[in-house]
Write a protein that binds this ligand. Structure first.
Ligand code: NAP
Length: 423
């Protein structure tokens, strides 16, 4: 029996699916012990800190993650950051393969004047803020303005715009972080624009997300009929299936009659941001449009225009991704998920993606390495094991029960470690 050791860096969807693919490849001749190393005391990556809290169904994939983690050959090393006493080189010499699954957590920037004004923030900060990621709890989200603009037309922009525009009482039964629910309840934002630089035929958001919007109970959603008609004309006779499906969903929004709501979400197309205006804080956005320049006043701008990966020492990067060939990086180093292919696809996309990379990894394996693993590198670090994480998980779920929530997230690292019983 050949016994291989694989370290997976990052406990998000791509990391878990890589672990699952390895587990599926174990047989009478070979086995894999999997050590998953995660910077935070909590695993699940974007399923915990990215997926919108009003989309609980998407989060049920965490059950799959926990099943993978329950296998005897799996160990979680939470609260361990590469670089803090443990280097990639240390791991490379001890494991047969290392799989990088650290995603992309930096927001892309527009590169226009005014982008750094107070009141201009990235979805890469705003989303983890409302999802209770410990590193983002303290960011300043000024909601003391009647108008917010979300720049970008992908599903992240859609999540962000919806979270700003819905009535915050709708979040009471979700796992939105308590501090964010409190802030949304005090929010003065009543009009949320979502601006796309191209026409509706090029929108990156998808029809299931569009179809949710007319169901918002306290928010009018405005999609201008002329924008849709022009986009349909530009798209020609045979638009792609996804585009056609988006058009149908857009028509549905445009035809929905407006209610007596004081909250509005409005779509703007063909609005290319030229400058974020303001002196001491954001006061508006100057756009170039086919009809000339247009200024829209607002006190908050959130850019949701894509992500790039944060570099890890010793890993080559280019264009916001790890340089790789089909997931191979160098020596015994591999990459999966957004760090490999960029921020695209849904959570399930990572399953086939990781499985393909693990097949390559398998084809590269020779004689198993015998010496050592991460445990001999741990000196001062406080580790959150799978058992410790289960204690955190159970405590959060228990705290949510009386409130009708799936969980109440603990957002302070130290308190998470206390819940885990490790300090
Ligand atoms: P995305 O789908 O790539 O969308 C990025 C948007 O930003 C596009 O509309 C793009 O417009 C725009 N953009 C890029 N650069 C810009 C610039 N300089 N100025 C103005 N606009 C600019 O990325 P995402 O929304 O971050 O989503 C990432 C992935 O996660 C996607 O695959 C998405 O479907 C997925 N996701 C899924 C869900 C879900 O399933 N519910 C939820 C969230 C995210 P152009 O097309 O003009 O470049």
């Amino acid at each position: 029996m050949l016994q291989y050791k694989v370290a997976i860096i990052g406990a998000g969807p791509a990391g878990y699916f890589a672990a699952q693919a390895l587990q599926n490849l174990a047989n009478a001749e070979r086995s894999f012990s999997i050590d998953m190393i995660e910077r935070l005391p909590t695993p699940w990556g974007l399923v915990r800190s990215g997926v919108a809290p009003d989309h609980p169904k998407i989060k049920t994939v965490s059950k799959v993650f926990e099943k993978i983690a329950a296998e005897p050959n799996f160990r979680l090393f939470g609260n361990i950051e590469l670089g803090s006493g443990i280097s990639l080189e240390d791991l490379k010499s001890r494991y047969d393969a290392i799989v990088i699954a650290t995603g992309s957590s930096l927001g892309k920037t527009l590169g226009i004047p005014g982008e750094n004004l107070p009141g201009s923030i990235s979805a890469a900060d705003f989303v983890p803020w409302y999802n209770g990621h410990p590193d983002y709890v303290e960011i300043d989200v000024p909601l003391d303005t009647d108008t917010a603009i979300v720049i970008g037309a992908g599903n992240v922009a859609m999540d962000v715009a919806r979270m700003l525009a819905l009535d915050p009482t709708e979040l009471d039964v979700t796992d939105t972080a308590d501090h964010a629910i409190e802030a949304f309840k005090k929010s003065q934002v009543r009009h949320v624009y979502m601006s796309a630089r191209r026409g509706a035929e090029h929108a990156a958001f998808t029809s299931p997300e569009l179809r949710e919007l007319p169901k918002l109970e306290h928010t009018n959603v405005i999609m201008h009929q002329a924008d849709i008609a022009e986009a349909i004309a530009r798209a020609g006779d045979e638009p792609k299936k996804d585009v056609k499906s988006n058009f149908d969903a857009m028509q549905l929004i445009a035809q929905t009659s407006l209610g007596e709501h004081d909250r509005t979400m409005e779509f703007l197309f063909q609005h290319t941001p030229k400058e974020i205006l303001g002196t001491n804080r954001v006061e508006g956005v100057l756009y170039s449009t086919p009809k000339g320049d247009v200024t829209i006043k607002c006190g908050l701008v959130i850019t949701a225009i894509g992500y790039q990966a944060v570099a890890i020492d010793g890993v080559p990067y280019e264009n916001g991704k790890v340089i790789n060939k089909d997931g191979r990086v160098a020596d015994n180093l591999y990459v999966v998920g957004w760090a490999k292919r960029g921020p695209s696809g849904v959570i399930g996309t990572n399953k086939s993606d990781a499985a393909a990379v693990v097949e390559l990894l398998l084809s590269d394996l020779t004689t198993p390495k015998s010496a050592g693993d991460i445990t001999e590198l741990l000196t001062h670090q406080i580790v959150v094991t799978q058992e410790d994480w289960q204690r955190i998980n159970e405590a959060e779920v228990l705290a949510g029960e009386p409130k009708g929530k799936p969980r109440v997230k603990e957002v302070v690292k130290e308190n998470l470690l206390k819940l885990g019983g490790v300090i």
